[in-house]
Structures are given as structure tokens and as C-alpha cells.
Design a protein around this ligand. Sequence first.
Ligand code: ATP
Length: 239
Amino acid sequence: MLATDALALAGVDAYYGDSWILQGVSFRLGEGRLLGLLGRNGAGKTTCMNVAVGLLPPRRGSVRVFGDETSRLAPEQIALRGVALVPQGRRVFRSLSVRENLVVAARKPVGGGAAAWSLDTVYAMFPRLDERKHQMAAHLSGGEQQMLAIGRALMSNPRVLLMDEPSEGLAPQIVADVMATVRKLKESGLSIVLVEQNPKLVFDVADDIVILDTGRVAVAATTAEVEHGVDLGQHLGVF
Ligand SMILES: Nc1ncnc2c1ncn2[C@@H]1O[C@H](COP(=O)(O)OP(=O)(O)OP(=O)(O)O)[C@@H](O)[C@H]1O
């Protein structure tokens, strides 16, 4: 593994009970890069995210965050190393206000130094959240809840941001807004995994592509390599 890998899974096997879901999954997210993790329904994308943040410890294999082994650490310890998840389905605290959702997630950056993200900078990125800061999260639209879920993850000042299907269930214009946000975050230098079912969204922003097929890595390549001819249809069922 290169020292510059922000996140690296190597030979990861993960189970839910007796169900063997991830079967020898390996991929690497380079520092400052955006990796698009694609695959059909049930391919194991969310399971990879759960493993990366410590919610599902792998039975075999290694997970490293900036070179440090994290596969045996608790989720809080992994969060302290700068890994933040924007979970599938947003999972905002519905009975808290927008502001409270953000404040409870605030954390200093790993290793000290100036925090890139605070209430002010999150509100600057998402003015709509500023306008609605005193509203209960339950009263936000789906798009606003997605902004809040992203803002909440940013408040932890992460080094690695994992985004699990942030476009799911949103209208096309809102999806475009979410993808513009993803692009800005990438330009800010954050290392990002973007989980998606829609390859077209991913190809626009990703440096690297990993396609999961029934718990195994079917394709791992740069976006340019994928665009120049790797046949994805059999793995995604879309082309
Ligand atoms: N808590 C659980 N207990 C048992 N099996 C689970 C659990 N969560 C997911 N699975 C199974 O694990 C497999 C991988 O699911 P996972 O959610 O990782 O897929 P995914 O690629 O994220 O799909 P989706 O796009 O539908 O979210 C599926 O067969 C799913 O049914």
C-alpha cells in the first residue's frame, strides 16, 4: 500500500450472521481522489461502507486509513481518525433542528490545525440550511435532508468522506445540486468514496471506478480506462 492511500481495503471478507457478503474485496482510495463505487442492488456497496466505518468488522482482511489498520477499531475510534459517512437514506436526527444536527457532529480535524468546516462554512455551502436552521429536520424536503446529512459529515472535519447513494430518491435538479457539491468537495482536496447505482453520475466526477458484483470486485480501474473500453454492462445491467 502506498502511504498516500486515504482508505484501503485488502482481502476483506464480511458477513451478516452466516451470510458471506463481501468476498475478498480490495480497493484503494488515493489521497485527494474520488472513487466511484458502483454495483447493482445488493452488490455489497453499503456493506463496504459499514466495514470502512467500523459498523461491521470484517472477518478477514485489512482496512487501513492513511496507513493505520482500523479493521479492529470501534466506529468512534475510526471517526476520530477522520472518516465520515453520509449514510444511505440520510438518517438525520429528525426531532432535532438543522442547527442542532450540525452542532452535535462537530469535531476538530485529525492532528489539530485549523478546522475547514464550522457552522459558518457549512451554511455558506448550503444557504438553504442557514435559512432553515431553526426548523426540525423532519420538516425538511428530501433534498434539504441530503444537504444536512452532508453538512453533518463535514462538521466532523473529515479526511475521508464516504457518501452512500446521496442522489437516491431525489428529483433531477436536486441530484444536479448534490453532484455539484460533491465536485466542490473533491476540489477542496477531500478524499471521497461515492457509492452510486447510476454510473453516468459517477463517471462525471470520479477519478477511479470500482464495480462490485455479488460481493466481489469485478472492475477496478481509472475512469479514463473504463471509458475507453472496459465492458461494464454485464456487471451493472445498464448499458
Ligand atoms: N443487516 C443485514 N443482514 C443480513 N443481510 C444483509 C443486511 N444488510 C444487507 N444484507 C445483504 O447483504 C447484501 C449486500 O447488501 P448491501 O446493502 O451492501 O448492497 P448495496 O450494494 O449497498 O445495495 P443497495 O444499492 O440496494 O443499497 C444483500 O444481499 C443484502 O440483502
